[in-house]
Design a protein around this ligand. Structure first.
Ligand code: NOJ
Length: 509
């Protein structure tokens, strides 16, 4: 297990929207290099970079055409290597995004595989035997290529699924077993892609749809086996490299598949959404001050997963990512401050999505860009300052429009504002680094009174008390100590803590 993960705080960068250094309207790698000091200044010591590979961008780069080539619009492979090097000089690690489940339908492997003649990559994708065979339980593209067969897609129609085989074979005429040499070869080419970038200086990967590899594998047994093989390779050849799964099942992802980290995703009804985004636009989220949330539902889901996986890896809370509406669509400013305090004081490895540190707003109603659809509103350019395109680009045609509101939050107008979300995020990350007890692997004792929202948790010598409600509350506690951090107004009293509406206090006992 790479030691650096214990105190890692990640910053997710959506490259097309972060900083445009050459005025073509699209963010680029040199732009990221220019902003590394900003990332470091926030206290983040690691970056997750969304896909930067050559792609037709039908799904914002999750449709890879060449895994070993940086997309021209972002720069060159040399630029990416320079990013690794400059980041490392500043103490920042870089995880690339690995997309192992599918390619673009313009990938040369697929262009060959869809031809009538058999070729080396005929089995790299999942084709039925004839076009007349299209079992409805599988998502198939039918009758659109020269080859006499339909092919399975993993996500959008432009993303044919790579073939890692089937765990349960229901159609033996076209489904290959996982140990078929061509299926084993698919895992090998992915390892080859990983080695290519690790050798150039990448520090690991965020793995897209990590649970999607083997088909008819409901328990994810064969899929986990593939990842364990990858983990063995990393342990042996790149012991400092890390992988975080887009899986949201830590017992499978961490314990069985060997991922170092697993994202706690916004799956409706799970613990993550219960905290931040549940109900009709968040009206049943625990952090909504209206008090309709259910902290027990969070604890019942999170705690068993945490307990079961904590010795093997980390659950990753995130402020948001590029796939869901920013939390500003659901909660008010004070609630969002509390959310950030929570995310940066829980165990695991936290992820901050670019722009969440200034409370960038979800831009509803934008026309979909590059397969974004409702996600487009969370992918708008970073708001740096008050100039053209809020400092993102000098172009007249930026990748997406920036927030047009007069009071659009920017780094410039928040960095010295004591009442800003930015200040809370920066303070909390600094406190997390300062206290070992708050690191990813520190202990957790979670406490709440059945049916009530105020809650607290203890991590080593530090105890966090939260009152997300719109009314005052008290929490009975055996602990006393000195205040380390406070939001809103709180009072330490005999046997209890009094908390004003939407407040928080951290004490050191
Ligand atoms: C998850 C990624 O986060 C998302 O943006 C993408 O569209 C799908 N996987 C398909 O690769």
């Amino acid at each position: 297990m790479p030691k650096w993960l214990e105190d890692a705080v990640f910053y997710e960068i959506y490259p097309q929207s972060f900083y445009d250094s050459n005025g073509d309207g699209i963010g680029d790698i040199n732009g990221i290099i220019e902003k590394l000091d900003y990332v470091k200044g926030l206290g983040c010591n690691a970056i997750w970079l969304n896909p930067v590979y050559d792609s037709p961008f039908m799904d914002a780069g999750y449709d890879v055409r060449n895994y070993k080539q940086v997309a021209q619009r972002y720069g060159t492979n040399d630029d990416l290597v320079r990013l690794f090097n400059v980041a490392h000089e500043k103490g920042i690690k870089i995880l690339l995004d690995l997309v192992p489940g599918h390619t673009s339908d313009t990938h040369p492997w697929f262009l060959e595989a869809k031809k009538a003649q058999e070729c080396e990559t005929s089995n790299r994708y999942i084709f039925t035997k004839t076009v007349w065979d299209a079992p409805p339980q599988y998502r198939m593209m039918c009758g659109i290529c020269e080859r006499n067969g339909n092919y399975m897609v993993n996500y959008f129609s432009s993303q044919p699924a790579l073939n890692y085989g089937f765990y349960e074979i229901t159609h033996p005429d076209w489904q290959l077993p996982c140990d078929h040499p061509d299926c084993l070869a698919t895992a090998e080419v992915m390892k080859d892609v990983m080695r290519f970038w690790l050798d150039k200086g990448a520090d690991g990967f965020r793995v897209d749809m990590a649970d999607s590899l083997v088909k008819n594998d409901d328990e994810k047994i064969a899929t986990a086996k593939i990842w364990r093989g990858v983990r063995e390779m990393l342990d042996k050849e790149y012991p400092e490299a890390a992988m975080v799964a887009e899986w949201c099942g830590p017992q499978r992802a961490i314990n069985n598949a060997g991922f170092h980290m697993d994202f706690y995703l916004d799956h409706y009804g799970n613990g993550y959404s219960r905290m931040f985004r549940y109900g009709e636009w968040g009206d049943e989220a625990v952090f909504n001050p209206n008090g309709k949330g259910n902290i027990k539902a969070f604890a019942d889901e999170y705690l068993p997963n945490y307990e079961a996986s904590k010795d093997n890896g980390y659950i990753s809370f995130m402020t948001n990512n590029h796939d869901m509406p920013r939390v500003t669509a659901y909660l008010d400013k004070q609630a969002i401050k509390l959310v950030n305090v929570f995310i940066f004081t829980m165990p695991g490895v936290p992820f901050l999505y670019y722009g969440d540190e200034i409370g960038m707003r979800y831009q509803a109603d934008l026309v979909s860009k590059e397969g974004g659809f409702s996600r487009t509103g969370s992918r708008t350019p970073m708001q740096w300052g008050n100039g053209k395109n809020l400092g993102f680009s000098t172009s007249d045609t930026p990748y997406l429009p920036v927030d047009k509101a007069e009071d659009a939050p920017t780094v410039e107008n928040q960095k010295d504002d004591p009442d800003s979300i930015y200040k809370v995020v920066k303070d909390m990350i600094a406190i997390r680094h300062k206290y070992d007890d708050l690191h990813g692997n520190g202990d957790l004792e979670f406490n709440f009174e059945e049916g009530k929202i105020p809650f607290s948790y203890k991590r080593g010598k530090l105890v966090m008390f939260f009152n997300p409600l719109g009314e005052s509350a008290e929490i009975a506690t055996e602990y006393t100590g000195t205040k380390v951090y406070e939001l809103g107004s709180t009072e330490l009293a005999e046997g209890k803590i009094k908390l004003e509406p939407q407040s928080f206090v951290m004490i050191e006992i």
